[in-house]
Design a protein around this ligand. Structure first.
Ligand SMILES: NC(=O)c1ccc[n+]([C@@H]2O[C@H](COP(=O)([O-])OP(=O)(O)OC[C@H]3O[C@@H](n4cnc5c(N)ncnc54)[C@H](O)[C@@H]3O)[C@@H](O)[C@H]2O)c1
Length: 367
């Protein structure tokens, strides 16, 4: 029978759970594993390590989707889904108690939403992380590794005297989302310093790939192109990011899970490509791939607190983990485009969330 733990205030029933845990070498707890990167990572670990047990803990906010788990995972006795909220400290303490490795993705993640209403970002991203890190400390020696998924957004925009952002770049968050993630990032670091939590902080740059929510830039562009609608671009689309395919991110986190403790615990790692590409160029690549003219674009007001340039310095992760991304931007966009074309049912259900009210430098707009 399924094992389901629901917080007392949780209304929806758990859509899926199959807690028939068999003998397994390690249990990997993945918070936020029903979301974009978390579900790609859960699938990666499930397929690569047949002797690992995987527990996904997720509150299924608008961003979580149990259909992101493959049929093989759902049927497996070494995969378990637990419906729950990281803000529920008692439940988190219980769930963490069965884990050897914690990989913490759960967060409110959409910058644009955080500008409109930031409160839940601080509740989930900061206080939820405090619950999780506290639970890991509580369970002490059982936890081998606590991997906190932070973000490159903590850096703000790249300093004008620097070509790229290394792990020592100042933390100058430009949005409420980014500042909440700074809080969580430094909280985890302090738990390593204070309590000896075997923590690693990972700062991925802009991820894209299958199962990403429609509200994010590349899925929004791809689905607009599939619908033959103009691609909406903030400002003039000059904001440049370091775009990393999610499969490369999963490979890197896998290495961090399995690296010797002395080379990663207490460390921060950037994950990126070292190449920055502006948003308008991304739109044009998507349009080319869709066979549409490159000017099939609608410009809207710029986003307040816009980050102008994000480019990762990846020297540390190359040196310590011998990791580098394998998927080029062209290949990644082509693969992602094909995935969205072939998985229309995934994004059709999210269509009503594609346009949300946002705050731009021109005032409130639909986006
Ligand atoms: N997507 C990116 O480009 C990117 C880049 C760098 C870092 N990150 C970080 O990676 C992590 C995952 O990002 P994503 O893009 O996959 O996010 P996502 O929004 O697709 O998924 C977030 C998941 O967390 C769950 N969640 C939210 N609040 C929760 C709560 N209170 N309790 C339990 N679960 C909760 C959601 O249901 C969802 O399944 C986040 O921490 C994000 O800050 C993302």
């Amino acid at each position: 029978m399924s094992r389901v733990i629901s917080p007392p205030d949780a209304s929806p029933a758990t859509p899926h759970s199959n807690g028939k845990a068999g003998a397994a070498r390690k249990t990997v707890l993945i918070t936020g594993g029903a979301g974009f990167i978390g579900s790609n990572f859960a699938r990666h670990i499930f397929e690569k390590y047949p002797d690992y047990r995987i527990v996904v803990y997720d509150a299924l906010t608008y961003a979580g989707n149990v259909e992101n788990f493959s049929p093989a995972m759902r049927e497996s006795d070494r995969f378990e889904f637990i419906y729950g909220n990281i803000c529920n400290a008692a439940q988190v303490t219980e769930v963490v108690g069965s884990a050897d490795i914690v990989v913490h993705f759960a967060a409110e993640t959409h910058v644009t939403r955080s500008i409109f209403d930031g409160r839940t970002f601080f509740e989930t991203d900061v206080l939820g992380t405090a619950n999780l890190a506290g639970a890991a400390v509580h369970h002490g020696s059982r936890i081998e590794r606590f991997i906190h998924i932070s973000t490159s957004e903590v850096y703000g925009t790249c300093r004008s005297d620097q070509e790229s952002m290394d792990e020592e770049h100042p933390l100058e968050p430009c949005s409420p989302y980014a500042s909440a993630k700074v809080g969580a990032d430094r909280l985890v670091y302090s738990y390593w310093r204070t309590y000896g939590l075997p923590a690693v902080v990972v700062r991925p740059f802009n991820n894209y790939g299958p199962s990403q929510h429609l509200e994010k830039c590349i899925p929004r562009f791809i689905t607009s192109a599939l619908l033959r609608e103009p691609l909406t671009v903030h400002g003039v689309g000059g904001s440049a990011r370091d775009w990393l395919h999610v499969a490369d991110t999963c490979q890197a986190i896998d290495r961090i899970v399995h690296a010797p403790a002395e080379s990663v615990v207490g460390e921060v790692f950037n994950l990126g490509t070292g190449i920055a590409t502006d948003v308008l160029s991304i739109a044009k690549r998507v349009l080319r791939h869709a066979g549409l003219p490159e000017d099939h674009v609608a410009f809207i007001g710029d986003r307040p607190g816009q980050v102008e340039l994000h480019r990762a310095c990846t020297q540390k992760v190359r040196r310590v983990l011998d990791w580098q991304p394998r998927i080029s931007l062209d290949e990644g966009i082509a693969r992602t485009f094909d995935w969205f074309r072939e998985n229309e049912s995934f994004w059709r259900r999210q269509m009503w969330m594609r346009k949300i009210k946002i705050l731009t430098t021109n005032g409130r707009e639909w986006h």
